[in-house]
Design a binder for this molecule. Structure first.
Ligand code: PLP
Length: 397
């Protein structure tokens, strides 16, 4: 008889966005003329940067030309892109990361989910609560059910410290989804010191790094002393350059970063991750990598920064409107997400905004127990829609 992987039955159903979609559909059916504005799901709304579009067109022309055609590429990503990433994202900030240490993929979600394959079944995992669900679900699928939840609350500014964390691997994400919180260098340094002391690992998700404007907030875990011996960093072009539809991300595994075999010997992680990727992944597309290369040109940097500034402008408007209405808000300054303390049931608040303002948000309870009492409002929409949503919310609140 064929048996299933029982671990799948232990994953929480993907209830959140399905339930939101269900409630929005019911509302629209009951009110067919209502103009619903969606500030819920975290997908970008602005088109790609002109320099990226030009590079994508050029890459299509390459594929139409026998002499410039590219078939399978290197599984780790093309050198032309890995070099630019190393130069612009790291070396220009004074950080020691080489092109060899960067493995390009088709998005951060896959890397966040797949990286756990490198570790033993019994390693202990810690995540924030509330949390981006991928970290938890992929470990549960692999049979790791005993996951330590680190409460992210108003009391700790939504940034838990390592005190009392007994895990072997901790997932950290700053700027955070869903809370929009950012971590200071001292807060990240405390985690790095903890990890080096314990021979533990930090999986640092920097998907929202490009939203940081405060010059004191670290963009990379490698800004902390000692991070190269205890941290893997995962990045995405999704929110940085609007690649949610065309897909690209990368993971940095520093030279010399190790985990341990049962006999205590050190095992370098980059060859393992390279082996995993070359075995199970055939490389991100040539087209997308040429598009990403254009992000690193001066025009690409200017254009993508302008788009993020636009979203940050939306976030500021939402944040200020909710604060003026008397709500405690986090995020929305170096992040596209505003996390609002609704002083009550998060689904009831969601329903109220949907019913009375025709505005879709995300109830915090969907991201974990500590998310109850909050909603996440995303800044990804047109200015016109954000302003209208704010006016409507102000009337209701
Ligand atoms: N990490 C976090 C925290 C995210 O919020 C998201 C997307 O919403 C991702 C990773 C996934 O990024 P990608 O689109 O590159 O798969």
């Amino acid at each position: 008889m064929l048996h299933v992987n029982e671990n799948y039955s232990r994953i929480k159903p993907t209830y959140l966005f399905a339930e939101i979609a269900h409630r929005v559909a019911a509302h629209q059916q009951a009110h067919p003329d209502a103009k619903v504005i969606r500030l819920g799901i975290g997908d970008v709304t602005e088109p790609l940067a002109p320099s990226v579009i030009a590079a994508l067109h050029k890459a299509v022309d390459d594929e139409a030309d026998r002499s410039a055609f590219h078939g399978y590429g290197p599984e780790q990503g093309y050198a032309f892109l890995r070099e630019r990433i190393a130069e612009v994202d790291f070396r220009a900030r004074g950080l020691e990361v080489s092109a060899d240490e960067i493995l390009v993929s088709d998005g951060a979600k896959c890397d966040c989910g797949n990286i756990q394959e490198l570790f033993a079944g019994d390693v202990r995992i810690a995540v924030g609560d509330p949390v981006y669900p991928v970290y938890v679900d992929t470990n549960v699928m692999a049979g790791r059910h005993d996951i330590q939840l680190l409460p992210c609350t108003a009391a700790n500014g939504f940034v838990p410290g390592p005190e009392g964390c007994t895990a072997d691997i901790v997932y950290l994400c700053y700027p955070n989804n869903p809370t929009g919180a950012t971590a200071t260098k001292a807060q990240l340094q405390a985690w790095v010191d903890w990890a080096n002391d314990r021979k533990a690992l930090i999986l640092f998700d920097a998907a929202y790094e490009a939203f940081i404007r405060d010059p004191t907030i670290p963009h990379s875990i490698y800004e902390c002393a000692g991070a190269r011996t205890c941290a893997i960093e995962i990045r995405s072009f999704s929110k940085t350059a609007g690649f949610t539809g065309i897909r690209l991300g990368y993971t940095v595994v520093p030279d010399g970063l190790v985990a341990y075999a049962a006999d205590g010997s050190a095992v370098p992680l980059r060859p393992m991750w390279t082996r995993r990727q070359t075995t199970k992944f055939n490389g991100a597309s040539y087209l997308t990598q040429r598009g990403a290369e254009a992000v690193y040109t001066p025009e690409g940097q200017r254009e993508t920064r302008a788009t993020i500034d636009f979203y940050l402008g939306n976030a500021k408007l939402v944040r200020e409107a909710l604060a003026a209405a008397g709500y405690a808000v986090t995020g929305g300054t170096d992040s596209p997400y505003v996390w609002v303390d609704v002083k009550g049931d998060s689904w009831a608040f969601f329903d109220r905004l949907l019913a009375e303002a025709n505005v879709v948000t995300t109830p915090g309870a969907g991201f974990g127990r500590e998310g109850e009492g909050y909603i996440r409002i995303s800044a990804f929409n047109s200015r016109e829609n954000v302003l209208e949503a704010i006016e409507r919310m102000k009337k209701v609140l």
